[in-house]
Design a protein around this ligand. Structure first.
Ligand code: SAM
Ligand code: DTB
Ligand code: SF4
Length: 367
């Protein structure tokens, strides 16, 4: 059951969200046990492969160039340094790596070729690879799929109604199109939202309704609490109560029984008890490591302790879907061949300019 037919209207979902808290958690926990192993929680690592300097105006985001935040812009990381971080994340128990780039959209250039190589490399480490690179076309999605991408993350963030209060540089429809392009390429979809941006409860429900109306709802739904960052338009937003996070996780779990619900940004403001209720209510993934993309996340040791106390076990890679097969990328193959030819030509030209046996004439200088 991909979507729960009992809750496929705005009214039904709103009533569910507003149920007495423990009733809601109990209903969510019951559904969770039918479709998932309740002890398993995936540890997923985030890596900002290209940071800051983004031309968009997402009101929550510290990476938008137009806001004056503490984030320093960095160009795309090298393939080798990404793979080193991936190996570290795996060593620390993560079975998924989510690579984020502060791009408005994917462009067909050398940087994208490098991302393709990163995806190939991380897939070869037997980790689930997820990317979040902004808008992308169907062809770009196909290239990522063939590289071995497991999932593409592209959040709707909020309801269609509240969206214009948050972002003006791209439309809700653009986001739906990118999600569609990922789907058409056969990539698993990760899409969710942020609560605590000043939206009404109806907007949280509106976000879930957008997913309800899809032919195929996302396999993975991250629920983020706003990380209010100084310098962004949302810097002064009052933090949400943990209860709201628990309600949102539980409602999402009940509405989409098969999807993985991810307890994402905002955990530094929660205590262990609050997080425990989220796991009880069906969250089965966290971001591990002391940094999200640019903002802090709980320390690794704290999470280890939490897993021990709550009896949670880290979920293995590909528990929710087959490992993608990496295929050769024709663009990269052609580029490498060109580079090889150029190197050969250069060596040849050097040889000609300096034939074998050639000895430079000794020059003696007079002091
Ligand atoms: N630039 C790409 C895009 O927007 O699609 C990918 C990176 S973007 C940082 C990925 C997601 O991070 C956003 O869609 C948003 O949901 C989440 N995010 C960004 N800043 C956040 C914040 N301050 N608090 C919570 N979530 C945030
Ligand atoms: C998602 O839903 N949350 C993650 C991931 N997908 C890419 C990002 C959270 C970012 C929080 C703000 C930051 O650290 O910059
Ligand atoms: Fe840019 Fe993504 Fe941040 Fe929006 S959320 S400003 S698109 S990095």
């Amino acid at each position: 059951m991909k979507v729960n037919p009992q809750y496929n209207t705005k009214e039904a979902l709103l009533d569910l969200y507003n149920k007495p808290l423990l009733e809601l958690v109990f209903e969510a926990a019951t559904i969770h046990r039918q479709y998932h192993n309740p002890r398993e929680v995936q540890m997923s690592s985030l890596l900002s492969i290209k940071t800051g300097g983004c031309p968009e105006d997402c009101g929550y985001c510290p990476q938008a160039a137009r806001y004056h935040t503490d984030v320093d812009a960095h160009k795309l990381m090298t393939v080798e340094s990404v793979l080193e971080q991936a190996r570290n994340a795996k060593k620390n128990g993560s079975s998924r790596l989510c690579m984020g780039a502060a791009w408005r959209e994917v462009r067909d250039n050398k940087d994208f070729d490098n991302v393709i190589e990163m995806v190939q490399g991380v897939n070869a480490l037997d980790m689930e690879v997820c990317c979040t690179l902004g808008m992308m076309s169907e062809d770009q999605a196909k290239r990522l799929k063939d590289a071995g991408l497991f999932a593409y993350n592209h959040n709707l963030d909020t309801s269609a109604d509240y969206y214009d209060d948050v972002i003006s540089t791209r439309e809700y429809e653009d986001r739906l199109n990118t999600i569609d392009n990922a789907r058409k390429a056969g990539i698993s979809v990760c899409s969710g939202g942020i609560i605590g941006m000043g939206e009404a409860v109806e907007d949280r429900i509106g976000l879930l309704m957008s997913y309800m109306q899809m032919e195929n709802p996302p396999e993975s739904i991250p629920i983020n609490a706003l990380v209010a960052v100084e310098g962004t338009p949302m810097a002064e937003q009052k933090p949400i109560e943990q209860w709201e996070m628990i309600r949102m996780v539980a409602t999402t779990r009940i509405a989409f029984p098969e999807s993985v619900v991810r307890l994402s940004a905002g955990r530094t403001k929660m205590n262990m008890e609050g997080q425990a209720l989220c796991f009880m209510a069906g969250a089965s993934s966290i971001f591990a490591g002391d940094k999200l993309l640019t903002t802090p996340n709980p320390e690794y040791n704290e999470d280890q302790e939490m897993f021990k106390i709550l009896g949670l076990i880290p979920k293995e890679a590909f528990a929710d879907g087959e490992k993608p097969v990496t295929k050769e990328d024709p663009i990269i193959v052609a580029r490498k061949e060109k580079e090889r030819q150029r190197a050969e030509e250069l060596a040849e030209a050097r040889k000609k300019a300096k034939p074998e046996g050639f000895q430079p004439r000794k020059v003696t200088t007079v002091e």
